[in-house]
Design a protein around this ligand. Structure first.
Ligand code: ARG
Length: 465
């Protein structure tokens, strides 16, 4: 290679090639090569627009497109190679294009800058990632509904302060997570919409004298065109939106994971994971660890970190392309990979787990039924505060004598409050307690059926969307 061939594509005004250490620091190709399929799609749209507008000839457009498709094939077949001197994916693709179709490749970059090009690549990646994450999340939501339906009659304690609070249906619990994931889908949809604006045509920052038409490339890519060229190359809001959606989803997954870590402990003993979704210890032969759920909890940290990384990267930047923006890609890739890895295991892990219904119901009885007694009294006209106090005293007596609420005699009930003599005994059971709920959205079997029906309908709508 001659000195001229080794010099970067911007090398015209430089007297020497880049120092090796600078080249290593400056290059994004080791990580942004992942954008190659998006870069090529954008270039095909750009080439067609150039032809449409008579900026290059029809023949040249056809050559450019043929060459770009050949590069895409190499990328998809894992045969695309790059070197550090390519600097970034845009340059690597253009270099390869020239090797395949010759000097007509040099016309592709007319009316375009790497600044609008990289922004477009990232928009396309984010839009695609939002779709992939949404689809994987839908699979989790389907599994949640299935498991909720298959375990309709299981009752467990609902917790506040991680102390047993009141019995709830296991299906109610799963549907609570379903609700959180529905909101995640909305956030992903918002990120998708924000990413569906094409920055192509902004050129370096102020547009171009060539008669390009940003609306043509945008339409070709199924996007809206930019409205301000400076904003188009400067903003990364769509990326923040995706990182935020991924971070909140990660927090939801982390909370779910934490519950399963508790449930599968010997102390709780509510659930068992299938062997295929747990791992052992290299020293303690008895161990069966909920690693996947721990990782779900663990990955939330980096998801929040990645959002913070990009926020801070953007914080002090003036408008226009600044090289700091090159730092936007790795946090995005990392968040997308982390979320997809977790979502991929979750549906089957939920389906194959088993529950110890007796143990759950056992934990959901006892003092977790105390509110039922207070509510019974209040329904009979006893002021709630007075009812609360009377039942509280009864709980204390039970604690002192080591009895449970279910074991309390009618005399003791009546002694706690005369109205309690009338208490229907079935209220003093986890099943009786949940069945006694009346408010909409509650944990009563009737309400949970309504919620299940709604969830199934939502899944149908979302699946078709
Ligand atoms: N590698 C760069 C990035 O990832 C591409 C844009 C470079 N533009 C420039 N003017 N240096 O952000």
């Amino acid at each position: 290679m001659s000195e001229k061939d080794k010099s970067p594509l911007w090398g015209g005004r430089f007297g020497t090639t880049p120092a090796e250490a600078f080249e290593r620091l400056n290059a994004s190709i080791p990580f942004d090569v992942r954008l190659a399929p998006y870069d090529i799609r954008g270039s095909i749209a750009h080439a067609r627009m150039l032809g449409e507008r008579g900026i290059v000839s029809r023949e040249e457009t056809a050559e450019l497109e043929r060459g770009l498709r050949a590069v895409l094939e190499e990328v998809e077949g894992g045969r695309f190679s790059w070197t550090l001197s390519d600097e970034d994916v845009h340059t690597a693709v253009e270099r390869r294009l020239r090797e395949i179709i010759g000097d007509v490749a040099l016309k592709l970059h007319t009316g375009r800058s790497r600044n609008d090009q990289v922004a477009l690549d990232l928009h396309l990646f984010v839009r695609d990632a939002a779709d992939r994450i949404s689809e994987a999340l839908l699979a989790v939501m389907r599994a949640l509904v299935e498991v909720a339906e298959a375990n309709r009659d299981l009752v467990l304690p609902g917790y506040t302060h991680l102390q047993r609070a009141q019995p709830i249906l296991l299906s109610h619990h799963f549907l609570a997570h379903f609700g959180a994931f529905e909101r995640d889908l909305k956030r992903l949809e918002a990120a998708r919409e924000a990413a569906s604006v094409s920055p192509l045509g902004a050129a370096a920052l102020g547009g171009t004298p060539h008669p390009i038409e940003p609306a043509l490339t945008a339409k070709e890519l199924g996007m809206e065109p930019l409205s301000n060229s400076l904003d188009a190359v400067s903003e990364r809001d769509f990326a923040l939106d995706l990182l935020y959606a991924a971070a909140v989803l990660g927090i939801h997954l982390s909370r779910l994971g934490e519950e399963w870590v508790l449930w599968t402990s010997a102390e709780f003993g509510f659930a068992r994971l299938d062997d295929a979704y747990s791992s052992g210890s290299s020293i303690m032969p008895q161990k069966k660890n909920p690693d996947a759920y721990e990782l779900m909890r663990g990955k939330a940290g980096r998801l929040v970190g990645n959002l913070t990384t990009l926020l801070v990267t953007l914080k002090g930047l003036p408008l226009g392309y600044q090289k700091d923006l090159q730092e936007d890609k790795e946090p995005i890739f990392d968040s997308v990979d982390a979320v997809l890895a977790v979502l991929a295991v979750l549906p089957e892990m939920l389906r194959t787990a088993t529950f110890d219904g007796e143990r759950m119901a056992g934990a959901a009885g006892g003092f977790a039924l105390a509110t039922e007694l207070a509510d019974f009294l209040a329904a009979r006209g006893v002021p709630f505060r007075e009812a609360h106090r009377a039942v509280g005293r009864l709980v204390r007596r039970c604690e002192e004598s080591g009895t449970t609420l279910e074991e309390v005699s009618e005399e003791e009930l009546a002694a706690a409050h005369p109205e309690l003599a009338e208490l229907p005994r079935e209220l003093l059971s986890p099943g009786g307690s949940v069945a006694n709920k009346r408010s909409s959205g509650s944990t009563s079997p009737g309400s949970v059926e309504v919620q299940l029906e709604r969830a199934r309908t939502r899944l149908g709508e979302l699946g078709e969307a």
